[in-house]
Design a protein around this ligand. Sequence first.
Ligand code: SF4
Length: 447
Amino acid sequence: MAGIIGLYGYDPVWKMARFIYYGLMALQHRGQESCGISVYDGERILCDGRAGMVDQAFGEAELEALRGWIGIGQVDPEPPKGRIVSKPFFAKCPIGVSLVCDGSAAGAVEAARERGFAAEDPQGALAALLSKELADGDPFGAVERITGRLGGACNFIALTERGEMIAYRGELGIKPMVVGNFGFDYGAIASESCALDVIGAELKADLSPGEVYLFTPWSIERRRIGEADPKYCAFEYVYLARPDSIINGKSVYEVRRRIGERLALESDVRDADSVLAVPETAIPFALSFANFTKKPIEMGFVQTGRRVRSAIRPTQFERLVGVQLKLNPIRAAMAGRRVILVDDSVVRGTTTKNTVKIMRNRMGAKEVHVRIGSPRIISQCPFGMEVPDKDELIAAHLNEEEVGKVVEADTFHWLSLEGLVEAIGLPRESLCLGCFTGEYPGRGDRN
Ligand code: SF4
């Protein structure tokens, strides 16, 4: 998973790097390990990629050096293999192209090798292929020729040295992608609508699966290529996307509220004293759980420092450090009480177990009933979302009761799959539910 954004200014006075910077900050939850920006200044494409969070990586001097009125940017959960940072890829064979992407573009490596490019990284391979295909002058045809091998789950935004910006959403529509504008001043494409909000742009629509947008100095054109076969990622609604985003026409916040209600319907605890949320994804779940069951909701935890997504930290040590940093419990909210703890997901179970232990042993909670706003995660994601090996997924091996014992909860419940589909409000056949079912759409690998 990554977060991407592209802004097309209709006047050279725009300094797009600054707007890309703010947009990337709004997409930071989609990747925190590295980030990069490319701009076009009318003559050249300038690229800069750096390790770390956006506001640590880019300062005044770096943004000032990136002068240009068209720009693209990316945040990544980890840099591509063999690289320290995920600088937006640049290729010139023969048309200069810089490209950012979200999703699995693995098929591009083989396609590029067949064309004689020594490509190692999927994103680099995609940039090289696009650069070559653009030479015939038809950007739509170029995108159509290169995307046939991508498996339908890759979105990208490319910037060319001819002054074009090309955005494509894979035909499965797994990853979200929206288009917007700021009047007649600039056009915008982003992974999520929250990135448009922070830069003052207006959300216009989702890109349809398989749709291409082409921005040039003279026009904006769009065209559907390939057969649209929507399989929107259900996990975006549970965990990945920001609650202030609207994706595939659905408010993420409203979906999360419905998840909370559904969770309460499926498994309330009649005698509990209060409801607590594990910040911050689970807050909307817990709010509507509490409203629905007419129980008080309490602030149970304070986050320390930056937001750390501990579930996707690569090592056990980092996960442990992550959870201590992330959540400091408030004793007064739980001591001597029977509490319902609402969280967004359980992957390995380590974080939940630590949290329950601290609540009970150190904070004096009388009972801890765990309710999870995601169905059981039993399988990996072949579409670019980092999910640990199946061996490490607690739900792949234990039933609800057994997991409850492992995490030392008084009772434990995961949202049902039907509950999630209902809460999202889109037809089941238009959703990818792969990590909850092990069955994947399109050409996703099974595991
Ligand atoms: S497998 Fe899971 S995380 Fe991956 S796209 Fe499907 S629902 Fe989303």
